[in-house]
Design a protein around this ligand. Structure first.
Ligand code: NAP
Ligand code: NAG
Ligand code: NAG
Length: 321
């Protein structure tokens, strides 16, 4: 019965603006509702992690390492993974986690972009500890590419960031079902905000958000999924191997001084606390959430300022060398 409105150019647009206006009018009410729901979930009891089993991918550095320490302080058993490399710090991370209070830490070398290796580390974890409570899909790389380079160089981004999380999740689900476990997914605000030149990285993160939002319907309430969308956190991510392999583009090295950032420790603490409370999404630093909202309400304005803002973060690089 509405087809007539949507076939006419004028009324079609009119309906859009009316709905938008109504949305803005009731937004104070929606805002209060959101606030009540988020306060309620933050008052929820922390899960007692003592003796539980947490599997973290990509825990040799950065947020994966720091999350391992946060879980260790809560007394969880840990299985941590990273790619096997001569100078891998994974064993050191395992030792530190033990010192911080984890009763039992297993470390496994595996490449999340290979499906057999994902099956292997999930099975080994369950064989070793007898159960699995949290799966933290953290391993990721974040190179920035222009569309003008050899596009086959894009490949590993999807394999590691997207398929790496999906494979691990596939093998973990039967075990998480038994423990009413949780999946923590490392997406990124980039999956929503679409920074320039981050096309492939951003697409892999958008794919993660989309995949796990759907999966949520399939596995809830047995399994809780927490999607983490981070802003810029000061880890070695942007200087990591893939972003410097000659085809990528670098962000300014001093990005931390010109762009609001958060320390990785504070970030890891916030993620683990949120996950243990069973929150469905975590955005850190919090202001990023407002930017995501602004983007969906005002896409044209967002496009203009975001593009020029990030262009300034690349440009300086040339003069920096
Ligand atoms: N830092 C930020 O600002 C930011 C913002 C948004 C989202 N994130 C997300 O946070 C996650 C972690 O980033 P980070 O900042 O902690 O970076 P990081 O310090 O570079 O850590 C990445 C981890 O992933 C591991 N890894 C890379 N490729 C792998 C593979 N194929 N198989 C298994 N492990 C692999 C790395 O270990 P090895 O190199 O030893 O294998 C390392 O432990 C990523 O998913 C990222 O997208 C970060
Ligand atoms: C958490 O669980 C452990 C073992 O299951 C138990 O000994 C401990 O008392 C619990 N802690 C709290 C605060 O409930
Ligand atoms: C998620 O992945 C990014 C790299 O894409 C990494 O910088 C970050 O530390 C990872 N961990 C978390 C919890 O976001």
């Amino acid at each position: 019965m509405y087809e007539a409105y949507f076939s006419n150019r004028f009324t079609n647009a009119l309906v859009y603006y009316i709905v938008l206006l109504l949305l803005l009018l009731i937004s104070p009410l929606l805002f209060v509702l959101e606030l009540i729901i988020s306060i309620r979930s933050s008052l929820q009891h922390d899960e007692n992690m003592s003796g539980k089993v947490v599997l973290i991918t990509g825990a040799s550095s950065g947020l994966g390492e720091l999350m391992a320490y946060e879980y260790a302080k809560r007394g969880a058993n840990l299985a941590i993974t990273a790619i096997e490399e001569p100078e891998s710090r994974l064993e050191q991370v395992a030792n530190t986690a033990r010192e911080l209070g984890s009763p039992n830490v297993a470390f496994l070398f595996a490449d999340v972009s290979k499906v057999d290796e994902c099956r292997m580390f999930v099975e080994k974890t369950v064989k070793n500890f007898g159960r699995l409570d949290h799966l933290v899909c953290n391993a990721g790389i974040a190179p920035l590419y222009s569309i003008n380079i050899d596009v086959t160089k894009f490949e590993p981004v999807m394999d590691i960031n997207f398929w790496g999380s999906v494979y691990s999740t596939h093998f973990a689900i039967p075990h998480l079902m038994k423990t009413n476990g949780k999946i923590i997914v490392n997406a990124s605000s980039a999956g929503v905000l679409n920074l320039p030149r981050g096309g492939v990285y951003n697409a892999s993160k958008a794919a993660l958000i989309s995949f796990y939002e759907s999966l949520r319907h399939e596995v809830s309430p047995a399994i809780t999924i927490t999607i983490v969308t981070l802003g810029y956190i000061r880890t070695n991510l942007i200087t990591a191997k893939y972003s410097t392999n000659n085809v990528g583009i670098q962000l300014r090295r001093d990005i931390g001084d010109v762009h609001p950032t958060m320390t990785p420790d504070a970030c890891a603490k916030a993620i683990v606390a949120g996950a243990c409370k069973g929150e469905s999404s975590i955005t850190q630093p919090r202001y990023i959430k407002a930017l995501c909202l602004a983007k969906s309400l005002f896409p044209e304005v967002h496009h203009i300022w975001f593009n020029s803002y990030f262009a300034s973060l690349f440009e300086k690089l040339q003069t920096d060398g």
